[in-house]
Design a protein around this ligand. Sequence first.
Ligand SMILES: Cc1cc2nc3c(=O)[nH]c(=O)nc-3n(C[C@H](O)[C@H](O)[C@H](O)COP(=O)(O)OP(=O)(O)OC[C@H]3O[C@@H](n4cnc5c(N)ncnc54)[C@H](O)[C@@H]3O)c2cc1C
Length: 436
Amino acid sequence: MTVPSQGAEGSHPRVLVLGGGMAGLSAAVEASEAGAEVYVVERNAYLGGRVAQMAKYFPKLCPPLCGVEIHLKRLRTTERVHLLTNAEVVSVAGSPGAFRVEVRVSPRGVNERCTACGECEKVCPKERPNPFNYGMDSTKAIHLPHEGAFPFRFAIDFDHCDGVTCAACVDACPYEAIDLEEQARIEVLEVGSLIVATGWKPYEAARLEELGAGRIANVIRNVEMERLAAKGGPTEGKILRPSDGQEPETVAFVQCAGSRDELHLAHCSAVCCLASLKQARYVLEQYPEARITIFYIDIRAPGRLETFFHELEEDDRVELVKGKVARIDEDPATGDVTLTAEDTLSGRKMSVTANLAVLAVGMVPEATGAGLPTQWDTDAHGFYTVNDASVGVFPAGCAKRPGEVSACVKDATGAVLKTMQVEADQMKADPMKAGR
Ligand SMILES: Cc1cc2nc3c(=O)[nH]c(=O)nc-3n(C[C@H](O)[C@H](O)[C@H](O)COP(=O)(O)OP(=O)(O)OC[C@H]3O[C@@H](n4cnc5c(N)ncnc54)[C@H](O)[C@@H]3O)c2cc1C
């Protein structure tokens, strides 16, 4: 991208990117390489967002952390990007060209001297459910967020730390990297425009009572399947069913679990079909004798992704059933699950018994109710529609609409171009003020 005209001599456009997932990181890279001073505000202790939690990327089935790493490498070569992790926006005031944003940076408890040697973790007495693995295992209160985390540094979950009475980690750390007294701080950032890349979260599957999520051990969500298949997951990448750790021989996927359903998520999340097709491959790669059933309403695999679908469609081990699953029941003796559906094409009611069922739950916009300004327009599903130079706020990635990574990356580039428009408008209005 060509470097844009800048504001007052020697100054740069200033952009705040809210969310450090693939959309946010893409925006940060593009904006900084176009000459902007960029602040990335990320709530987690690490960057990469949900993509860091995937086992592999469709369509190439490469490790997702590669994509994140390429961005981070580009970010490391510029001093114009300021990364704030453990951080959340508290308030946004002002107008395009002159926003004042208050950011709360929560204590990480571990500073840059940390080498991730793990001595602290060995002595920490407290366990906490591991959110990175969707609670399927636990970590110590002091933990490395995940094996490829950036920053590659431990963090303390102060909700589970006994720092008042215990300082075992401080004593064990050879690098004096731990500070149990660290306090939250407020940083005030003055920027010209904002890119909102706050992404998505999985639909709360417990609300799909008839499908048994959270009640039946061997009914899991697609996001959990990603972690079961990932090397850093709770089973070190081996897909095992939760009830007894057995290798599944039969796996059923339930598409549109809650999606395209007025009672739950009315929208289509665009990626769930491809995600399940990808996950069917995970299973078949590990267990070539396995049988897969995929219940679907429509398979949505547009453009170049269609080939990915056809490859599986032709596989004899995969049965595609056009029909919405009405309920899932558990056999308490075996842990197996029986899915009841209507085969739409034949009109017959059918049931399939499997060792494991995977619910393809859709994407809910993460930022809904996250304390961000309510005047930023959203659609009926909570995705941001605000997208106007006169507001100075531009959504990117899944904050705007559900989609796969390549779409989010393109979106981010578009959002960056719009921040340049804000800058240009400021220049026209008052050349002396622009870019400060
Ligand atoms: C089961 C499943 C499998 C998938 N597999 C693939 C695949 O193989 N290939 C593919 O291309 N796509 C895949 N996707 C889609 C992919 O996950 C998304 O395209 C991608 O995560 C979108 O990136 P994002 O940056 O928009 O959002 P996110 O990844 O959600 O990142 C948003 C970031 O913003 C942060 N954040 C949120 N709120 C705040 C706040 N208030 N303050 C500060 N920070 C905040 C979050 O912590 C997060 O780091 C899959 C989706 C699902 C459901």
